[in-house]
Design a protein. Structure first.
Length: 472
């Protein structure tokens, strides 16, 4: 039996509006090479200046990951050559990162696992190389984007752990509002280190798998790599310390290059940027930037509102949805009812219209009112679905819609009695059949009464009035 160790390096684009060390716009999808200036292109004689907003977000993440914050964070030059890096060095952090020695608790299946964080450091992104036929094109818009790298200790064991970690981490940075977590657009990227060894023998040679751009690929690539290394061990072959790439078309990892050691980068202190010492006010703003973390919130949702694990999982996924849910319950609606509307009819409407809850005309107050009207027997569940459609189409409150559209439940036995008489007269043969003992025909009569009432009659009242009139 072998033991496997997985550590992750996750890069996130911070949602600052400008780049790390200049005033250029940091925005995905703009025309190539439009957001560049002498500073981010590394022209001679220019001086970088630190984006304090991005630094603040970095400290918020480090704090949320329970790190020891650096009272004096410094910048280093990491020297290497890539065509997409115009300066031939990257401003990064080596000796004094933003934070160190943290941890995060994540949920894997039914259990909670604590994963240690080695460090959190701030750096700038490189540009992007685009290969088109026999040409290679360079877009430097991304060069200089504020990037945060989070490095875990090798505490994860299998691909499923890494996938769960990545999902939790993505939720965390979205809760904190520091990254949109969009892996397709490269706002979140992941490299993974994996090593295996005989049980109890400690870490083996480290293989790094680069550029995993979805949590599914992380799982598949790591499990593949564990299998590959196990076969090497079985055959008593030496595992090379190297960097590999995941080939998603072939479902296998492939060698890329031999792994550099840190000293290959010839790190040295960045001479153009002074160390950053956070002020008391800066640190206060960092504290203000924190929020209740997703896992804590999930546990509280279960405890405070009686949701089960699946329901709480659904509600806590997005912070806005969790806030919306709590607001609706605060307005008097039943928690499980709010959950079931959000996870079924509301979700369907949002998907159909291609909008998010945040951008929809449905507010927590409107949903609470709708649920309240059903509970008060003012409308049936069926009418409520119609009202929900109208809320989305007309951006009106449920009460206004019910009055405008005459969508009020009829529960007055007198009014319903008249409809029943009408239906009984029109279908006297059916009534005779029921009286003769064919109870199955009752359903037909109920259906006719509902139809005549436009679907507005209260089903329970219809049942009792009908029974009384037919069977006496
Ligand atoms: Zn610039």
């Amino acid at each position: 039996m072998y033991q496997s160790f997985i550590g992750l390096e996750i890069h996130i684009h911070l949602t600052a509006e400008t780049k790390a060390f200049c005033g250029c716009k940091a925005h995905f999808g703009d025309e190539e090479n439009t957001n560049i200036c002498p500073v981010c292109m590394g022209f001679p004689g220019v001086l970088p200046t630190l984006n304090e907003k991005a630094m603040q977000m970095s400290y918020v993440v480090a704090r949320a990951l329970n790190c020891t914050l650096s009272p004096n964070t410094k910048f280093d030059r990491k020297n290497y050559f890539y065509p997409d890096m115009p300066k031939n060095y990257q401003i990064s952090q080596f000796s004094d990162p933003v934070g160190r020695d943290g941890y995060i608790d994540i949920e894997i299946g039914d259990s909670i696992k604590r994963v240690r964080i080695h460090d959190v450091h701030f750096e700038e992104d490189a540009g992007k190389m685009i290969h088109a036929g026999d040409m290679s094109l360079l877009d430097y818009n991304r060069a200089g984007y504020p990037l945060l790298e989070v490095v875990t200790e090798p505490d994860l064991v299998i691909g499923e752990d890494a996938e769960a970690f990545l999902k939790s981490f993505r939720r965390l940075v979205r809760y904190l509002g520091v990254c949109d977590g969009n892996m397709d657009e490269g706002s979140m990227r992941c490299d993974a280190n994996v090593s295996i060894n005989h049980q109890g023998a400690g870490l083996g040679p480290k293989v790094e798998i680069k550029n995993l751009n979805s949590s599914r690929f992380v799982r598949k690539a790591l499990n593949y790599e564990i299998g590959r290394q196990s076969e090497f061990m079985d055959a008593d072959k030496k595992i090379d310390q190297e960097t590999r790439l995941w080939n998603e078309n072939r479902d296998q990892s492939e060698p890329m290059r031999k792994k550099e050691d840190d000293n290959d980068y010839r790190y040295f202190p960045e001479p153009d940027l002074p160390p950053f010492k956070p002020s008391a006010e800066f640190l206060k703003n960092v504290e203000n930037g924190l929020c209740e973390l997703p896992l804590v919130r999930k546990q509280r949702l279960m405890k405070s509102y009686g949701l089960n694990s699946d329901q709480a999982e659904y509600i806590h996924e997005e912070k806005f949805v969790a806030d919306f849910f709590e607001q609706a319950v605060f307005n008097g609606a039943d928690a499980v009812q709010v959950y079931s509307w959000l996870s079924s009819d509301v979700k369907k409407l949002l998907n159909r219209k291609g909008i998010s809850l945040e951008n929809s005309p449905l507010s927590a107050e409107r949903l609470a009112k709708l649920i309240d009207m059903i509970a008060d027997d003012q409308i049936s569940g069926k009418i409520a679905k119609k009202v929900l459609d109208y809320i989305f189409d007309e951006d009106q409150d449920p009460e206004t819609i019910c009055i405008d559209k005459k969508l009020v439940q009829i529960s007055d036995p007198g009014v319903i009695g008249k409809i029943v008489d009408e239906v009984m007269a029109a279908h006297s043969n059916v009534v005779e059949a029921v009286k003769a003992g064919d109870a199955r025909q009752m359903g037909f009569l109920v259906g006719q009464i509902m139809k005549v009432s436009g679907g507005n009659a209260a089903p329970a009242v219809v049942q009792s009035v009908l029974k009384e009139k037919v069977l006496g």
